[in-house]
Design a protein around this ligand. Structure first.
Ligand code: FAD
Length: 297
């Protein structure tokens, strides 16, 4: 992570012809954290559009310009709907811009636990849906010629030295039961450790440059006629549509893709709690860079 030095750039909305002078945000952050993630730092400029400054009408308004909102907006526009996406900050400036950008079926929850909590078929469905999502992204990248460093790589899951090897073995057996392409290895490729001896290899996972991917998806959405307004905060959601930046967006449907819902302060918010997970970046050899690493938490 590199400290944010502020931005002063111009972004043109080719489709909307909204040539927009992005304000200088000084030392303030353009993402949800205090430091600028690598994905942002490696872009010439953030993905910004003109904010909403008048009442508008649309079929569907999507609130939130992270991967969930943008993907939904793209899919709906591809189905022929008139779609408007609004984003409080800039495209990707929520959690999406701070991801490690692994496209993987290795989840935070373990398959052995999913099987116990639900059943074998549900655990299998979860795995299949994640693999289908990776295939979907690969296909979208090919269809729209998005240059975002997409690469198929293997993923490796290994235990912390305080965790028992038995737990890893149980997880491996669960992945085999649900039909995942996994292998138990007695060493972690390219990692030298006396403590950690075993790992599960998940074949055919993937990685991308997140902001380049979002830029490509944004362009594809614009080409389908989709409109985007950044620095546009949804203040009220109702059956008539959305009030954002004090203006009305009349819409038949509203998609709330704000990560944590803004239209429901009771049900979801009582089940959520804030926490931050961290990634440490370091220079590594090219050989290691061919792998993606996923560790037990
Ligand atoms: C360190 C870290 C590493 C991660 N690594 C991975 C990984 O390798 N692979 C993986 O799959 N996942 C990973 N994740 C999780 C992943 O980043 C998130 O699950 C995902 O980005 C969520 O996307 P989203 O679109 O739902 O939310 P967000 O990206 O947070 O987008 C929501 C957007 O809504 C906007 N918004 C909020 N309120 C309003 C409002 N009132 N009006 C308008 N806009 C609003 C926000 O500004 C934000 O941009 C990681 C997360 C972290 C923190």
């Amino acid at each position: 992570m590199i400290e944010n030095k502020g931005i002063n750039n111009i972004k043109s909305n080719e489709e909307g012809a909204n040539h927009y002078q992005l304000k200088d945000v000084g030392d303030g952050t353009i993402t949800s954290g205090n430091h600028t993630p690598y994905w942002f730092e490696s872009m010439i400029q953030p993905i910004a559009f003109a904010p909403l400054i008048e009442d508008i009408e649309t079929d569907i308004v999507v609130i939130g310009g992270g991967i969930a909102g943008l993907t939904t907006a793209y899919c709906l526009a591809a189905q022929g709907y008139k779609v408007t996406l609004i984003e409080d900050g800039f495209i990707g400036s929520g959690e999406t811009g701070r991801t490690t950008a692994h496209l993987t079926c290795v989840l935070d929850a373990r398959y052995v636990d999913l099987e116990k909590t639900f059943d074998l078929n549900t655990a299998r469905l979860v795995a299949q849906s994640h693999n289908a999502a990776i295939d979907w992204i690969e296909n979208i990248i090919k269809t729209n010629n998005i240059e975002c460093h997409f690469m198929r790589v293997d993923g490796f899951l290994f235990s912390h030295e305080t965790d028992s090897n038995e737990n890893l073995q149980d997880e491996y057996k669960a992945t085999q039961r649900i039909g995942l392409n996994t292998q138990m290895l007695n060493k972690i490729p390219a990692i030298h450790s006396d403590q950690v001896k075993w790992c599960i290899k998940f074949s055919n996972q993937a990685q991308i440059h997140m902001m380049l991917y979002l830029k490509g998806l944004t362009d594809a959405f614009n080409l389908l006629g989709g409109k985007i307004f950044t620095e546009t905060r949804a203040e009220k959601v109702s059956k008539e549509g959305v009030i954002a930046n004090g203006f009305n967006i009349k819409a038949k449907h509203v998609v709330v893709a704000t990560n944590s819902p803004i239209n429901d302060w009771v049900t979801m918010h009582t089940k959520q709690w804030p926490y931050r997970s961290y990634v440490i970046a370091a220079k590594i050899t090219k050989e290691i860079a061919q792998c993606i690493m996923v560790g037990h938490r």
